[in-house]
Design a protein around this ligand. Structure first.
Ligand code: G1P
Length: 289
């Protein structure tokens, strides 16, 4: 089995759900405590064994490139001030992985975003991570679990979790076939089904292991009425031909593309931070609202 080394992170969207802050700041750079959401996603990939990452950018995303670049002037200032801890922190960011960028010119859907990665990926299986989902699992990162599932099955893998019925219409929902433990064969992947037509409550959560045949499929996938090509439709084609698995991963997942999910992530990461947890806990207990 070819080892998975490459990951693709689509980050071209406008982030309209977070306006006005996203007018000039990419949503991927919004911090959870002191770290941009995108950095958590890159760290998950790196901790899973990924060495090469392609970030799909759009307009107004230049600060993402700056964030993962070397900051010579800042490093000199920190060095002179003897702030070794900060220096290490910012150096580590630029040393994490080989990070490449491509600019998606048109906002024409998740499928077209992934198609931008064709030259980068070549003929290898690869990972796709959506920046709206942050998954906390200090023992085994979510992506690592999915890479192992790919090694076991040799089929494309959808990272999944059960979601409450009332929330299922926000997701790609799996109609499962044969199920064994954490694995379920994907019969259908239905994008945002209405609540009365849910095939299950197993939601696809922004993490995929794909095979390179997805690119030809994407080129032949018709756009939806809104002009966008959806990755979900291409995954369905592959599920119908060579097969796909939904794998229920372990980990606490935050939907940071949603304001409530973002605030929950901020609070829980704050509570995990040894310098903040005591003060934050006391503050939360003192709240009278
Ligand atoms: C995308 C996918 C959907 C998936 C979701 C996970 O939707 O199209 O299948 O369940 O991410 O977060 P979006 O939230 O970008 O509309």
């Amino acid at each position: 089995m070819t080892k998975i080394r490459k990951a693709v992170i689509p980050a071209a969207g406008f982030g309209t759900r977070f306006l006005p802050v996203t007018k000039a700041i990419p949503k991927e750079m919004l911090p959870i405590v002191d770290t941009p959401t995108l950095q958590y996603v890159v760290e998950e990939a790196v901790k899973s064994g990924i060495t090469d990452i392609l970030i799909i950018l759009g307009k107004n995303k230049k600060c993402i490139e700056d964030h993962f670049d070397i900051a010579v002037e800042l490093e000199q200032i920190l060095l002179r001030a003897g702030k070794k801890e900060y220096l290490k922190q910012i150096r580590d960011i630029s040393n994490m992985a080989h990070i490449y960028y491509v600019r998606q010119k048109e906002m024409n859907g998740s499928g077209m975003a992934v198609l931008e990665a064709e030259a980068f990926v070549g003929n290898e299986p690869f990972a796709v991570l959506y920046g709206d989902d942050i998954i906390y699992n200090p023992e085994k990162p979510c992506l690592k679990q999915l890479m192992e599932a790919y090694d076991t099955t040799g089929k494309i893998i959808l990272g999944c979790q059960e979601v409450p019925k009332e929330e299922a219409s926000k997701y790609g929902i799996v109609q499962p076939g044969a199920t064994k433990g954490k694995y379920a064969e994907v019969i259908k992947l239905v994008e945002k089904p209405p609540i009365d037509k849910l095939p299950s409550t197993i939601a696809s959560i922004g993490r995929y292991i794909l095979t390179p045949d997805i690119f030809e499929v994407l080129k032949n996938t018709p756009a939806m009425p809104n002009g966008e090509v959806c990755l979900t439709d291409a995954i369905q084609t592959i599920a119908d031909s060579t097969g796909a698995y939904a794998y229920t991963f372990d980990g606490r997942r935050y939907d940071v593309g949603d304001k409530l999910g973002y605030i929950q992530a901020t609070i829980e990461y704050g509570l995990r931070d040894k310098n903040l947890s005591e003060g934050l806990k006391a503050y939360i207990k003192s709240l009278k609202i």
